[in-house]
Write a protein that binds this ligand. Structure first.
Ligand code: PMP
Length: 409
């Protein structure tokens, strides 16, 4: 057990997948930045939904449809409350964080970004918060600019004001870097962008599961969320958008639920949030995500954040004691990720040897190639943490890394 008020054994008992052997060793799961495992409460919510309530939402007049609609809309309200949005019409269900960014790039972008305009991102972004903007800029003849990163893994914010020009139409920044764990001072960034009249999208894929996110306090225009990174199911995510901004955006995809009436001549679009939810949504995913947020609250985000900090500190110290290992990303504030390279050993070889020891980590560019190239490397080993990890998991990682050293000695 680590962290004073945190019963990690009790938390682990809620995650059935963790209690298995992999390659004859107890599973040590250190890949939660890729996807988190699911507590029994989420699995039960999915089974309950499909066992009792399954029907399509909004259009039905029968009891099951009423129940599934109530569950789906209840999930929307649950998420609104979790991130402290003003209104449920600001909560748009999407497939994941990637789809949330694509929605904004396509809908907001195509209507507000034109030839000669600029889109500002950072060198720290996941490909999901780079490529949609590149596609937009290519399409409309705009320029994509990047806030650079320093050698510690912090954004060079002294350059931000100069990079925000009168041509900048949007700034898109990650809240937490998936490759380094850097937590960006996003509230300050939003303030500085707004001072120049530039709206801000925050990529929250790596934030929600680690600490409290309050979209009103951050004052961001958009916040993109991923359900599967926050102990919820895959296939569900959320785009939060300020109602005033969403109201000004054209629909993105066309189809059921985003319309009020259709004739061959004309379609009248539905109101928010349905205007951006074309087709049958991932109803069970929304229900599962709501259950995941209930679970996070039952454990307590403050306790989770303290546990995270303890593990991160313990892990950084333990890893730095390994000869030839270099940690990447020593930013001012970090969360959830230990990213490193080992002298003379390729990250993929480290990953393969660790897997034989039952330790699941990720090796590669973590969909953040521009960032890794800033550090002059093509790949790192990434151990990423969640509330169910323990100091013993870190010890197992360290033992595995000593094995790697022996193999490559
Ligand atoms: N942004 C960041 C920072 C991420 O870590 C990820 C997932 N690795 C994404 C975006 C994409 O999220 P999703 O899987 O929900 O599309």
């Amino acid at each position: 057990m680590s962290g004073k008020d945190f019963d990690v054994a009790r938390v682990r008992a809620d995650f059935p997948i963790l209690h298995q052997e992999v390659r004859g060793r107890p599973l040590v799961y250190l890949d939660s930045a890729a996807t988190t495992q699911k507590p029994q409460a989420v699995i039960d919510a999915l089974v309950r939904y499909y066992t009792h309530d399954n029907a399509n939402v909004h259009r039905g007049v029968h009891a099951l449809s009423e129940r599934s609609t109530a569950a789906y809309e209840g999930a929307r309200e649950r998420i609104r409350r979790f991130i402290n949005a003003r209104d449920t019409k600001e909560i748009i269900f999407v497939r994941g964080c990637t789809e949330a960014v694509n929605l904004v790039a396509q809908s907001f972008g195509r209507s507000k970004v034109g030839p000669g305009d600029e889109v500002l991102i950072t060198a720290m972004e996941h490909h999901s918060n780079i490529v949609p903007w590149q596609m937009l800029c290519d399409k409309v003849g705009a320029t994509l600019k990047m806030v650079p990163v320093d050698e510690r893994g912090d954004l060079r914010l002294e350059q931000l004001d100069a990079l925000l020009t009168e041509r900048t139409r949007i700034l898109a920044v990650t809240h937490v870097s998936n490759a380094l764990g850097t937590v960006n001072p996003v509230k300050e960034i939003v303030k500085r962008a707004h001072a120049k009249g530039v709206p801000v999208l925050l990529d929250g894929a790596q934030a929600l599961q680690h600490f409290r996110v309050d979209v009103q306090d951050l004052d961001c225009d958009f916040y993109a969320l991923s359900g599967h990174k926050a102990f919820g199911p895959t296939g569900i995510g959320v785009l939060y958008g300020k109602a005033s901004v969403l109201e000004s955006m054209p629909p993105w995809q066309g189809g059921g639920d985003m319309i009020l009436t259709v004739t061959m001549e004309k379609t009248v679009y539905n109101r928010l949030p349905y205007r951006f939810e074309a087709g049958t949504p991932d109803i069970s995913g929304a229900v599962g995500l709501a259950a995941a947020l209930d679970y996070i609250d039952s454990v307590g985000l403050d306790a989770i954040a303290a546990h995270d900090r303890d593990l991160l500190e313990y892990g950084a110290q333990a890893l730095e004691a390994i000869p030839g290992l270099k940690l990447l990303g020593r930013g001012r504030e970090r969360s959830g990720v230990l990213s490193f390279i080992m002298e003379d050993v390729h990250a993929h070889d480290v990953g393969t040897i660790l897997d034989r020891e039952g330790v699941a980590i990720r090796a590669g560019h973590h969909c953040a190639q521009p960032l890794l190239s800033c550090f002059g490397v093509a790949a790192t080993v990434r151990a990423s943490l969640a509330m169910y990890n323990t100091r013993e998991d870190i010890d197992a990682l360290v033992r595995g890394l000593h094995k790697v050293r022996e193999v490559f000695a």
